[in-house]
Design a protein around this ligand. Sequence first.
Ligand code: HOZ
Length: 436
Amino acid sequence: MQSESNKFIPHLQSLDLQRRAEEFFPGGVNSPVRAFRAVGGHPPFVEHAEGAYLFDADGNRYVDLFGSWGPMLLGHSFPPAVEAICQAASHSASFGASHAGEANLAELVRRCFPSVQKMRFVSSGTEACMSAIRLARGFTGRNFIIKFEGCYHGHADALLVKAGSGVATFGIPGSAGVPPETAQHTLALPYNNLAAVEAAFAAHPQQIACILVEPVVGNAGTIPPAPGYLEGLRRIATEHGALLILDEVMTGFRLSLGGAQQLYGIIPDLTTLGKILGGGLPCGAFGGRADVMDHLAPLGPVYQAGTLSGNPLAMAAGIATIATLIEHEAELYPQLERVTKEIAEGVANLAQQAGVPLTTNRVGSMFTWFFTAGPVTDFASASASDTAAFARFHRRMLEAGVWLPPSQFEAAFVSAAHDPVEVEMVLEAAHSALAQ
Ligand code: HOZ
């Protein structure tokens, strides 16, 4: 179901807006995957969003299955968050000075993530990960870091090595503009392969500061950890005196209230957060062991700062969001699990009936339909997907009123605002999209 009349309205208004945007922004966008280059066509321009729906400038309505790339766990325009933002804005949008809202949100974060004894708020997941690896290097006095192929931790220079997300979408081997010297201490290893991690530590004894990992990969599409994998990373890091950093920018508050670390029972040294944390406003955090965090300035020698860090609007939206998650944890997460399962497995069944090879990876309310017979366990197997088939499916789903992330290498997200009505709409759309 798209417009009032139930018919797809061509994107003429959106196209005009796209042409105007191209005069100002490279590719017409402020973040590359939004340009729809991987799936073809022009992106619809969003006019507003509410609950489980996006509404475009042409008058179409879509079931939203990317949730602003993760943050909108409670759906769009969630009234308590809207109210909190308005209220905070009436007291000024920014102070550049300490205020009580920061500790109020921190207290909620620590309730959800007991491993985060101390933290620091920043403005994005990129900043959180960039700062966390600097801290790990400063704390250990070591230079090398381990990351994994297809994982994406934002666009800091040292982390744009065999990265996922837009880097994978556009097949960029490593970004231009990153001097090789900047990335020479980044070891990019295959995900779900503990032997590769053991080998890296053997090759660089006492030189590796940290293992940085998306505990469930979201930026190569969704890839769950193999049984024992995260436990193995924890053990190896401890044995070698390196820090384990879980990048929970996507998974934090989503896979459970306490993220992937609660779901899999892993205690990291540091955690990075973002997306849901700010309830849709720009906000990130990194935190963990107090003895490590106390190496940050002004207590220690590792420098990190930000004018908009701890921004009062972001804190207010975060508090409204996380407090709701805490209050409704018992019913909210089972509902997310149920609805997402119905969507993900429902479409997998339709694909099977239509004879379309599809591998469905799902953990809680994040999932990916990979257009390959699979299994998909790492970036190499994700890359075997038929991206042209994904692009066709994406376009047909969009015209049938369902907006998926516009790349095979991004996770889809379901919100608490999705219910059986939206499940039906997605299945109906997929039925015709797969049959064509
Ligand atoms: N790289 C982001 C998700 N993995 C996309 C952000 C955006 O385009 O908004």
